[in-house]
Design a protein around this ligand. Structure first.
Ligand SMILES: Nc1nc2c(ncn2[C@@H]2O[C@H](COP(=O)(O)OP(=O)(O)OP(=O)(O)O)[C@@H](O)[C@H]2O)c(=O)[nH]1
Ligand SMILES: [Mg+2]
Length: 294
C-alpha cells in the first residue's frame, strides 16, 4: 500500500483555535489552549496518523506584529515553517468573520508555492445561515482551493479535513511511529500544561509575562513522579498576583496543574512550584535559546 506523509503548517491570527484544531486532529492534547491571544510560543508538531497518511501538523504562534525579541522569534519561526511545509492550513474564526489580519495572512500564503486549505473554525457557535456567510467570507479571501467548516471544540468536520489533507501531501513513508502524538520533550509538555493553568487564571499583561520551566523530574517507582517547576514572571507585582492572598492563587494553580500532569503521565504527581521574578526574560535572546523558543 502506498502511504502519504507531509508537514502541514497551521497559519492564522491569534486565538482562532489553531492549537485546539491540532489537538482535535491528533486525537489528544499536544498543545495548550487558552482564551488569551498568543498562547502558543513554540512551533509544536502534532502527529495525526490514519491508515494511509501521516500529517505532521505544525502548530504555530498566531500571526501578529512583533513587539519584542520573543514575538519577533515567534514571527520568524512562522515564516520559516510555512516555507518548509508541504501544505498550509489557514484557520479562520468563523464567529468573528474575516478581517484585515486574515487578509494579510492570505496574501502571504498566496505568494508562497505551498498548497493552502482553509478551515473556518468555531462553527458550533453559528447557525446555518451564519455558517454559510462565514464560508463565503473565507472563499472571498481567494486563497487555497478548498474551504472546510469545522469545530475544533466538538470535532465536527475534523475528519473530512484530515482525510483531505492526507490526500494532498506527497507519497512517502511515515516520519513517526503511528502512535506518536507529538515531538515535544516531556519536560516541555509538562511545563506547558502548568502554564495553561496559569493562563486560565490571569488577565491583562500577566499571561504574556509568564513562562514555566520544569527544573527536575524525579520518578519514584512506578506510580509517583516528583516534578519541580518554576513559574517566571517579570515583576514583583506579577509575582504577588500569582501567589495571591494567603497563597490561594498558587495553590489553585498547583492543584489544577497537578491533575493535568497526572492525566498526562498516568501516575501520581507531587508538584513543587515556585514563583520567581526574572526581569525582561522576553527580551533575553540567550534565555529564549535555552527555552527552545527559536
Ligand atoms: N466555541 C469554540 N471555541 C473554540 C473552538 N476552537 C477553539 N476555541 C476556543 O478559542 C480559544 C483559542 O483557542 P486556541 O486553540 O488557544 O487558539 P490559537 O489559534 O492556537 O491561539 P494562539 O496560540 O494564541 O495563536 C480558546 O478559548 C478555545 O477554547 C471551537 O471550535 N469552538
Ligand atoms: Mg495556539
Amino acid at each position: 500500500m502506498v502511504t502519504r506523509s507531509g508537514f502541514v503548517a497551521l497559519a492564522g491570527r491569534p486565538n482562532v483555535g489553531k492549537s485546539t484544531l491540532v489537538n482535535a486532529m491528533v486525537g489528544r492534547k499536544v498543545a495548550i489552549v487558552s482564551d488569551k491571544p498568543q498562547t502558543t510560543r513554540r512551533a509544536i508538531r502534532g502527529v495525526a496518523t490514519t491508515d494511509r497518511a501521516q500529517l505532521v501538523l505544525v502548530d504555530l504562534p498566531g500571526v501578529q506584529r512583533p513587539l519584542d525579541a520573543l514575538t519577533e522569534r515567534m514571527q520568524r519561526r512562522v515564516e520559516r515553517e510555512l516555507a518548509d511545509s508541504d501544505a498550509a492550513l489557514m484557520v479562520i474564526n468563523g464567529e468573528e468573520g474575516v478581517g484585515p489580519g486574515d487578509r494579510f495572512i492570505a496574501e502571504a500564503l498566496r505568494r508562497s508555492e505551498t498548497p493552502v486549505v482553509v478551515a473556518v473554525n468555531k462553527i458550533d457557535r453559528l447557525d446555518r445561515p451564519r455558517t454559510v456567510l462565514a464560508l463565503e467570507a473565507a472563499a472571498s479571501l481567494d486563497v487555497g482551493d478548498d474551504v472546510f467548516p469545522v469545530s475544533a471544540r466538538t470535532r465536527a468536520g475534523v475528519r473530512p479535513l484530515v482525510e483531505h489533507l492526507g490526500a494532498l501531501v506527497p507519497a512517502g513513508p511515515f516520519y513517526y511511529p503511528a502512535q506518536t502524538g507529538s515531538d515535544q520533550p516531556r519536560d516541555v509538555l509538562l511545563a506547558e500544561l502548568i502554564r495553561e493553568q496559569v493562563l486560565r487564571r490571569t488577565f491583562q499583561e500577566v499571561p504574556h509575562a509568564v513562562e514555566v520551566f520544569v527544573e527536575d523530574i524525579d520518578e519514584r517507582g512506578e506510580d509517583l513522579m516528583v516534578v519541580r517547576a518554576s513559574i517566571w514572571v517579570e515583576a514583583e507585582s506579577q509575582k504577588g498576583i500569582l501567589i495571591g492572598a494567603g497563597g490561594r492563587m498558587i495553590k489553585a494553580i498547583g492543584t489544577a496543574a497537578r491533575h493535568e500532569l497526572e492525566r498526562e503521565v498516568g501516575a501520581r504527581v507531587h508538584l513543587d512550584l515556585s514563583v520567581r521574578v526574572r526581569r525582561h526574560w522576553r527580551a533575553d535572546e540567550a534565555l529564549l535559546d535555552r527555552l527552545g523558543i527559536e
